[in-house]
Design a protein around this ligand. Structure first.
Ligand code: 13P
Length: 246
């Protein structure tokens, strides 16, 4: 079985300001994360204000188009220049607020990968899907769009984030067993495509991860780290979560 580097990414969403950027640059750069890949994803305008040394930077979205007449959009070229190495694509908030379909998400992930950046591709079900017992079918369909777009060698370079929508910002974390069940399903689905890729690919859990529940989530065999929302806005909490992934 491949050893996967643990990975923790903080998604600030539409939060933060200059002073938080300074606070994070100072606090994170004085920590060592012992092999954990740590990524901060602020709003795009703040990317270039970070002094990232012990951590890396990511964006929260990207256009699937090249530079040109696309008002309001931001390209992979621009994100690279601003210092981003990762891009979150297909977050449920973007799927909801901007009607992004599985195909849009695959196109954004394609653009990201082609630009030499790493896509962090989000999947996950709503409460009604879970209550109807359709989690695997729903997540399987989201994965199907990725399998249709990428070769196994390309998929191995991506990161998947399982974020059940009912657990995002609600304080209702999936239990370690609930999260592991879906992570195991995701890895199994991808193993049927290509076993080596499935063993290499990092799968993060996101949804109300906090300093006090991170360790038991990250201890699950198919959970390789976390995508952190609210708790990524406080330096002490985010550092504690990164350390729980060591
Ligand atoms: P919370 O950690 O605030 O639940 O958000 C999770 C998330 O959506 C990260 O992308």
């Amino acid at each position: 079985m491949a050893t996967r580097t643990p990975f923790v990414a903080g998604n600030w969403k539409m939060n933060g300001n200059r002073s938080l950027v300074e606070q994070f640059s100072n606090a994170l750069n004085s920590e060592s994360f012992n092999g954990v890949e740590v990524v901060v994803c602020p709003p795009v305008g703040y990317l270039s204000m970070f002094a990232a040394q012990t951590f890396r930077l990511g964006a929260q979205d990207v256009s699937h188009l090249d530079n040109g007449a696309h008002t309001g959009d931001v390209s992979t070229d621009m994100l690279s220049e601003l210092g981003a190495e990762y891009v979150i694509v297909g977050h449920s908030e973007r799927r909801e607020d901007h009607n992004e379909s599985d195909l849009n998400v695959a196109a954004k992930a394609r653009k990201t990968l082609n630009a030499g950046l790493t896509p962090i591709i989000c999947v996950g079900e709503s409460l009604s899907v879970r209550e109807a017992g359709d989690v695997n079918e729903f997540v399987g369909k989201q994965l199907g769009a990725l399998v249709g777009e990428f070769s196994p060698a390309e998929l191995a370079k991506c990161v998947i984030a399982y974020e059940p929508i009912w657990a995002i910002g609600t304080g209702k974390t999936a239990s370690p067993e609930q999260a592991q069940d879906v992570h195991q399903f995701i890895r199994g689905y991808l193993r049927d495509v290509d076993a080596e890729m499935a063993d290499k690919l990092r799968i993060l859990y996101g949804g109300s991860v906090k300093a006090d529940n991170a360790a038991e989530l990250f201890a699950q065999p198919d959970i390789d780290g976390g995508l952190i929302g609210g708790a990524s806005l406080k330096t002490e909490d985010f550092i504690a979560i990164c350390q729980a992934a060591i």
